[in-house]
Design a binder for this molecule. Structure first.
Ligand code: G4P
Length: 526
């Protein structure tokens, strides 16, 4: 293999999905510890933003530093270079999560053994399924009295419609939790909360019939034997191809807070999870091993550094190699730009990057020229696809309190829309902007940022819309549509025509009346 190819093949780029409180932060922290990216537990937790209340969120946001760890964390483990992309815990920022999931090659799903599959996990998994993203599963909190392991697998299989292939199996749980039995290496790993990484003795046995098991596990051995016997009939053996196709998930058990099971998971992850995958563009599929550098921006984050009003575009390299100072073609603007300054994010630090490879996520300093979905290449006309905008479900009218600032309001709203903080709609008739959101907390963020970054004081007024659709179609028919429905028509931040409806009935009715036009519930970033 060429040097570049080796570098690319050792990249592992993934995100963790879970319902809030399942243990995502805890696992992230332990993974970073193994990767040597942090020195002690607690460093990520201390920065975790509160998920539950707006006021807490604002408070945390004021301390801004948090964002640095919250987007991407790179670490090395064994021979691998791992990029871990964080996703916001709060449901209200799910749009951001969906976009992040477009930039990964696989996903780790964390499930709380006490609660089983929860609503947000289900939603996120549906997004992964659309892209056939491979999923590895960690069932967490085995140190608590949780649900029966077989029951949990059944829950995953039936609720999430994905086959489970247990890799390890727990021996007891809660107070009786002794450790795990590895179904393939036949290792018993004893749980010892007092020991380093929660791992006590590790004993390899010849299999479940090995009499040493009786000595080692005493009365709990029968339970393990019974479980595994049942598994042989009910569960699926691990099949790498099925996992890579997104149809089967290997399952590990552990207790993240005690670091127990996390290394087993990480070892298997780097070994089995896919490296950089080929990606679709409007015209062709791009292999990560192509020599020419290409990639796309999937997230824009503002104010990561409180001292500088900066905006960073998070950029997924899809093929080739990035070199500092490189000139790339900015497709949307139709011109060359030089990337003088790109950043790689370690746990708390960011460092200037000299080179990076397909699979890596780099942060590019952005003075308003990069939007979500923008593609950079070394000349070829390519446009990466699959980065969606979702039709908002909540709407507010923005009324400005200092009308002299209406230009600043416009600039602020358009920029915030470009960052994906919210969606904005400008009426074809009238002057009031409408802000559209998928989650209510987005409104608070917009108002806070308008005031603090753009000096615009404004209030929200209720507006009776419940849904939106982007409308495309024949030019003549569109003009007619615009004349007849002008009161309900808007253009979004990028100038696309959108129809806002006050009820589902009204939307259905309009769609019925304009059958030859297309009403889109999602829209690709242009
Ligand atoms: P999240 O990012 O998915 O929201 O979850 P997070 O890691 O913050 O974990 C949620 C809670 O579950 C935390 O408790 C955390 O300590 C606890 N937890 C994580 N892993 C385990 C585990 O293996 N066993 C047990 N028993 N608990 C676990 P908290 O009380 O909300 O926070 P804290 O006071 O511990 O910081």
């Amino acid at each position: 293999m060429l040097y570049n190819e080796q570098e690319i093949a050792k990249r592992r780029t993934f995100a963790i999905i879970s319902h809030p409180d399942a243990g995502k932060t805890t696992i992230t922290e332990k993974l970073l510890l193994f990767g040597g990216a942090i020195q002690q537990a607690g460093e990520v937790r201390a920065r975790k933003s509160s998920r539950h209340a707006t006021s807490d969120w604002m408070e945390m946001e004021k301390q801004r530093g948090i964002s640095v760890t919250s987007s991407v964390m790179k670490f090395s483990y064994r021979d691998y270079e791992v990029n871990l992309l964080d996703t916001p815990g709060h449901n209200d920022f799910s749009e951001d999560t969906y976009r992040t999931l477009t930039a990964v090659d696989s996903v780790l799903m964390v499930i709380d053994s006490v609660k089983g599959v929860e609503s947000q996990t289900k939603k996120l998994l549906e997004v992964c399924r659309l892209r056939h993203t491979p999923i590895m599963t960690f069932i967490n909190k085995l140190d608590r009295e949780g649900r029966e392991p077989l029951d949990l697998l059944d829950d995953i299989e039936s609720t999430l419609k994905i086959q489970c292939a247990p890799m390890t199996w727990p021996i007891g749980m809660g107070k009786r939790f002794r450790g795990t039995y590895h179904l393939y290496t036949k290792e018993i790993t004893f749980y010892d909360p007092e020991a380093d990484h929660g791992v006590g003795e590790v004993v390899t046995v010849k299999g479940l019939d090995d009499p040493r098991l009786d000595e080692l596990l005493g009365s709990q051995v029968d339970e393990l034997r019974n479980d595994v016997e049942l598994l042989e009939g009910a569960a699926h053996p691990f099949d790498l191809e099925e996992y890579l196709a997104g149809r089967q998930t290997p399952v590990f058990f552990g207790s993240a807070i005690n670091t127990f099971g996390v290394q087993q998971l990480l070892d298997s992850f780097v070994q089995h999870a896919p490296g950089p995958m080929p990606r679709e563009t409007l015209t062709r599929t791009v292999s990560p091993f192509e020599e020419a550098f290409t990639g796309f921006a999937f997230k824009i984050q503002a104010n990561m550094d409180p001292a500088h009003r900066d905006r960073i575009a998070f950029f997924r390299i899809c093929s080739g190699k990035f070199v500092r100072g490189m000139k790339v073609r900015h497709l949307r603007l139709g011109r060359e730009v030089q990337i003088a300054n790109a950043t790689i994010f370690m746990a708390q630090d960011r460092t200037n990057v000299d080179e990076a490879y397909a699979g890596d996520i780099i942060g590019i300093h952005n003075h308003g020229t990069i939007k979500i979905g923008d593609t950079f290449t070394q000349g070829e006309d390519l446009k990466y696809t699959g980065i969606p905008n979702f039709a908002p479900e909540h709407f507010r009218k923005v009324r400005i309190l200092n009308p002299m600032k209406s230009k600043a309001l416009e600039k602020g709203l358009v920029q915030l829309a470009e960052e994906g903080t919210t969606q904005v709609f400008r009426p074809l008739m009238g002057a009031d902007w409408i802000v559209g959101a998928v989650g209510m907390l987005q409104f608070d963020v917009v108002m806070h940022r308008l005031e603090h970054e753009y000096g615009v004081q404004s209030v929200y007024e209720p507006v009776s819309y419940v849904t939106a659709r982007w409308v495309t179609g024949d030019k003549k028919r569109l003009e007619e549509f615009q004349r007849k429905e002008a009161m309900s028509l808007y253009t979004d931040g990028e100038g696309n025509l959108a129809y806002l409806a006050g009820s589902q009935w009204r939307l259905d009715n309009t769609m019925e009346n304009w059958k030859d036009l297309v009403f889109h519930a999602t829209r690709e970033h242009s």
